[in-house]
Design a protein around this ligand. Structure first.
Ligand code: NAP
Length: 284
């Protein structure tokens, strides 16, 4: 199949590039801004039709959660209008669509793993725009898998793991919140899980949750990173009010992976995947 990836220079897009050689039966095209702008419907239509895309995987997004608070219009265009455009062309072409969404569609006030059917209620602009994207994709009615994920890290771009390795080596003291819990998720594992859905066949519109397995706070995550990287900084657990940010974060972001695991996707434990990524990062 011809698999067309948007946002190919981001964390997840690069993770698809990394694993694409594992799927010699498919032909992958990786694109990003400025050549392929998902907010431009007319040019998307031409590009996707020329590429004869069978499957479109949307890794493009406005992901700066804090800046989204003051740039909601731009975030909406990229996170909602863009996926809507991709869904429209997918439907016109009779192709399949994979759209990636987020735990931020929930308010984080629960304490049991969040299922795909649980009520959404975003706390901020980023979550609102991503939820609008999901709604528009569903309304278009193409064959689509909407995959919500959380706490992504990888070897690529800027992310929490890289920031903490740097701070853990530079600073004497590092303070990290311990009252927000979720599951750190290796983007390579997410890309493999999405390829599993693609190979199985996407029919109708289904929402899936995917993260790695287990539960951790940002403090636990940092402690594991420091241990693997041999960082000497003293690590302190703080509460969210001690680290105010423009965007409010959900306190409880653990997603239930039951549906995607029952579909046969692999869900490795978060520390096992962190070790794999850190091995690559520390060898650089
Ligand atoms: N990172 C996380 O912790 C996290 C958590 C939950 C869900 N997610 C979701 O997972 C997906 C992948 O995230 P990620 O971390 O890989 O994001 P990322 O690293 O920020 O990559 C997003 C890519 O999309 C590109 N892009 C922005 N606007 C575009 C447009 N109009 N047309 C085409 N490409 C555009 C970006 O280019 P520029 O860099 O030039 O803007 C960037 O290369 C997103 O849907 C995100 O919402 C991420």
């Amino acid at each position: 199949m011809n698999i067309f990836v948007t946002g190919g220079n981001g964390q997840l897009g690069n993770s698809f590039r990394k694993i694409s050689a594992n799927y010699p039966q498919h032909s992958f095209t990786f694109t990003d801004m400025p050549e392929v702008d998902i907010t431009d419907l007319e040019s998307l239509r031409t590009i996707l039709k020329n590429a004869k895309a069978d499957v479109i995987i949307n890794c493009a997004a406005y992901t700066d959660v804090n800046k989204a608070e003051s740039n909601e219009d731009i975030a909406h265009k990229i996170n909602a209008v863009g996926p809507g455009n991709l869904a429209v062309v997918t439907k016109e072409m009779g192709a399949k669509f994979v759209h990636v969404s987020t735990d931020y569609v929930f308010n984080g006030k629960g304490n049991t793993p969040l299922k795909e059917c649980d009520p959404t209620s975003p706390l901020g602009a980023y979550g609102r725009t991503k939820l609008s994207g999901e709604t528009i994709v569903k309304e278009v009615g193409c064959d689509a898998a909407i995959v919500r994920t959380a706490w992504l890290y990888s070897e690529f771009g800027n992310n929490f793991v890289k920031t903490m390795i740097r701070l853990g080596n530079e600073r004497e003291d590092v303070s990290v919140v311990y009252d927000q819990v979720g599951t750190p998720t290796y983007a390579t594992d997410l890309a493999e899980a999405i390829m599993h859905l693609v190979n199985k066949g996407i029919k109708g519109c289904e929402v899936y949750h995917y993260t790695n397995d287990g539960v951790a706070s940002w403090f636990d995550f940092t402690k594991a990173i420091f241990k693997l990287a041999g960082c000497k900084a003293n690590l302190h657990a703080i509460e969210s009010y001690e680290y105010p940010t423009p965007a409010e974060r959900p306190a409880y972001s653990v997603l239930s992976k039951r549906k995607i695991a029952e579909a046969g996707a692999s869900v490795p434990y978060w520390t096992d995947s962190l070790e794999k990524c850190m091995k690559i990062l520390l060898a650089k």
